[in-house]
Design a protein around this ligand. Structure first.
Ligand code: CP
Length: 364
């Protein structure tokens, strides 16, 4: 397949301030002279972010462009969240999501009330989530919620009057993760944002996991359908006979993107441009041993320019030998999540007036 850029190991940027391994695409290329349309971002003011279904392509692009601007500039100098308090309520373990939200807030000079575990709340004494939602109203300006139960968002929302950002609810959704995923992909190939993508530049997307029951994969797949102009084919790799379920299958069929189900990633590698790995080894509180059909390492037969994403804590499905290669987009994906979450927080909390308008391309 023809590609617009040829990545080599030189794309592993030793000058990147994080000194980290992998591919670090320039966020400026996603902006590419475009201004940010505040009228589109203002649709988020005061809104809760619960599901990918709330987004259209135009809004996702504007959030990603705003995130690129935040990554490329030093907007944090203008203290846009000064005076705001964000409650990060995590009733399930997290590394990336809680810390990137908290980093996003702190770097914008907001304040954090952090609940790193549900057991430090009244839940330990039997308090209901709807009562906890009522308490949140008095203590902060926005709530970021992670919970093991899919219906937790609904329960907290019963009495909550603050905007709520769903940071992963059971087997439901993880919409801000999907934004971070697509932010990484669009920085890698800005051409995919176009309404028409010529066939040689369209991607074959491989997704490892079960979108029907894994929230990050579910949200990623839903958001991917918004970018169907740039997608030649989607392959879902899973041990399950039906990894999609009826709703997602119907969405895929309606999208008219070619898709296939497979059970061995190795059989597809020579044609995949983006591989979305996943923690399929997690089984509730335990782990299972994966066989080579669901694993990648530096010896895997990846296309020369293929990139790998992984939204979650990895186990042995993604070998660290890939970390130092130009296939590694997963570190960029995790680091970029801070800027995506900053873009969302500034938008939901309507702090556009705090941004340094003279220095940055914002269209009011
Ligand atoms: N992306 C994600 O949900 O990872 P964490 O569980 O580490 O937050």
């Amino acid at each position: 397949m023809v590609t617009e850029e040829h990545h080599t190991d030189q794309n592993h940027s030793p000058e990147h301030p994080l000194e980290s391994n992998g591919l670090y695409p320039d966020p400026g290329k996603l902006l590419d002279q475009d201004s940010i349309d505040l009228n589109i971002l203002k649709k988020l003011v005061g809104r809760s972010i619960l599901s990918v279904d709330q987004f259209d392509k135009e809004l996702v692009l504007e959030i990603c462009k705003f995130a690129a601007l935040l990554e490329a500039t030093e907007i944090d100098r203008s203290h846009p969240l000064d005076g705001k308090i964000v409650i990060t309520a995590f009733f399930e373990a997290s590394t990336r999501t809680r810390l990137s939200f908290e980093s996003a807030v702190l770097r914008l000079d907001g304040k954090i009330l952090s609940i790193p575990s549900g057991m430090v709340t009244g839940v330990a004494k039997g308090e209901s989530l709807s009562d906890i939602g009522e308490m949140f109203n008095a203590y902060g300006d926005l709530v970021v919620l992670r919970h093991t139960e899919t219906d937790a968002v609904e329960e907290v929302s019963r009495n909550l009057r603050l905007p709520l950002i769903n940071a992963g609810n059971g087997s439901g959704e993880h919409p801000t993760q999907a934004l971070a995923d697509w932010f990484a992909i669009l920085k890698w190939k800005p051409r995919l944002k176009a309404a028409v993508v010529p066939p040689p530049f369209q991607i074959h997307l491989g997704i490892l996991g079960t979108p029907g029951s894994m929230r990050a994969v579910n949200s990623f797949l839903r958001m991917s359908l918004l970018f169907k102009a740039g997608i030649r084919k989607i392959s879902i790799v899973s041990e399950m006979a039906d990894p999609l379920g009826p709703e997602l299958e119907s969405l895929l069929e309606d999208s008219e993107i070619e898709f296939q189900l497979a059970n061995d990633i190795n059989e597809l590698l020579s044609d995949l441009d983006v591989i979305y790995m996943n923690s399929i080894a997690f089984l509730g509180d335990s782990y299972k041993t994966l066989d080579s059909r669901y694993k990648l390492d530096a010896d895997s037969n990846l296309k020369k320019d293929a990139v790998v994403l992984h939204p979650l804590a990895r186990l042995d499905e993604l070998d660290p030998t890939l970390d130092g290669t130009h296939h590694n987009l997963y570190f960029t994906q995790a680091h970029g999540a801070v800027f995506v979450r900053q873009a969302l927080l500034i938008s939901v909390l309507n702090r556009f007036d705090r941004l340094p308008r003279k220095e940055i391309p914002l269209n009011a």
